[in-house]
Design a protein around this ligand. Structure first.
Ligand SMILES: C[S@@+](CC[C@H](N)C(=O)[O-])C[C@H]1O[C@@H](n2cnc3c(N)ncnc32)[C@H](O)[C@@H]1O
Length: 348
């Protein structure tokens, strides 16, 4: 369970979009917080020594980071897989895309933020839907592994298939869907969450499943982050048989390393407010890192964050597979409130 599998380096927090749901918004898409390239290289050296093979560069928007090509080249020269997480806008420029590819990029996650020019502008504040589709076309013409990803929420679950269809028309072949998470409580924001949105999302996905399968020819994965027990069992079975579902995450499995722009180890990209430790202070080489990572105090921090949300979870046979869902859920409602709302929903 605790084997390290993947690492993420957050190279910046600045971005060329202003997505309504984005966690980088809570620090105002800071332009001043770019990670120094030498620090990024030291982290790559450290990660390489842990045995992790995949290093994802994320942000903010990594395409706005000056050292991006250099870091891709550095990761690749160490025999590791450089993965780019991007909104794709900058990759509509074929020469820029080629320059990254030639540095040895291994794979790409290109995220779509809407299903039409208007929708995209509404969600991101920028008119760049056409550019994102052009980027998909550029990437699709190369031999690089890539997925087109989309964050689903109750706001877009009724319309997301439009975006998927357009992406397929421009060459998208593999799709990845995840759910919107709201960690703004960590910024001490007041919480105004409507629990019904959970069921709108679940029902919306369920109702769109057949059409989604038809459009993508079944080539998608849903990274769902709710307790599995609130889903229709038959749908979960179908998704599992077709390898179309991911139910846990690196945090619940303690299988990933996520570094913020200042070298802090954070539990998850969406939790920049929580530093577990920091490069240069708590560790600086593989020996001090492993001592830090395996220290009871560090394990306790992760255990404290990842407790099962409900008593019933402890007795559930799916518990390792499910993990209880994303911890951000429990900032808005308790497990018991969710289950009560689920029972009422089923009666309606
Ligand atoms: C922050 S972005 C960084 C990389 C790049 N700028 C992009 O948009 O793909 C990484 C991914 O996290 C998603 N994301 C941002 N805020 C989120 C949230 N509150 N809940 C779930 N996903 C979120 C984005 O939509 C994007 O797909």
């Amino acid at each position: 369970m605790n084997q390290l599998k993947n690492a993420w380096i957050t190279v910046n927090r600045q971005c060329n979009l202003r997505c309504r749901w984005c966690y980088a918004g809570s620090i105002d898409f800071q332009k001043t917080s770019d990670m120094p390239v030498p620090l990024a290289k030291k982290l790559i050296d450290l990660i390489a020594q842990t045995g992790i093979k995949n290093i994802a560069l994320t942000g903010g928007e990594p395409a706005c980071y000056e050292g991006l090509g250099e870091l891709i080249g550095y990761i690749s020269s160490r025999g590791l897989n450089a993965v780019l997480i991007t909104n794709g806008v900058a990759l509509s420029d074929l020469a820029f895309w080629e320059s990254l590819r030639l540095q040895g990029l291994s794979s790409l996650n290109l995220s779509l933020k809407g299903g039409s020019e208007e929708d995209y502008r509404k969600n991101t504040g920028v008119e760049a839907y056409g550019q994102t589709l052009q980027a998909i076309s550029n990437v699709a013409s190369s031999d690089i592994n890539y997925v087109v990803s989309m964050v689903l929420s109750s706001d877009n679950i009724g319309t997301y298939l439009r975006a998927v269809k357009d992406a397929v028309d421009f060459g998208g072949k593999e799709f990845h869907f995840s759910f919107e998470h709201d960690f703004s409580v960590l910024d001490e924001n007041e919480d105004v969450y409507d629990i019904q949105k959970v069921f709108q999302l679940v029902d919306g996905f369920q109702n769109s499943y057949e059409k989604l399968s038809e459009i993508t020819k079944g080539h998608f994965q849903l990274h769902q982050s709710l307790p599995i027990c609130i889903w229709d069992k038959k749908l979960i079975q179908k998704l599992t048989e077709k390898n179309q579902i991911i139910t846990s995450c690196q945090l619940l499995e303690r299988s990933g390393l996520v570094f913020d722009t200042d070298g802090s180890l954070i539990p998850c990209n969406l939790m920049h407010q929580v530093s577990v430790g920091k490069y240069g202070e708590d560790f600086q080489d593989i020996d001090s890192f492993m001592a830090f990572w395996n220290a009871p105090e560090t394990k306790e921090i992760y255990q404290g964050i990842c407790n099962y949300p409900g008593k019933a979870c402890h007795y559930c046979k799916e518990k390792h597979h499910c993990g209880g869902g994303c911890i951000s859920n429990w900032y808005h409602y308790s497990y018991d409130q969710l289950m009560e709302a689920f029972r009422v929903e089923k009666l309606l």
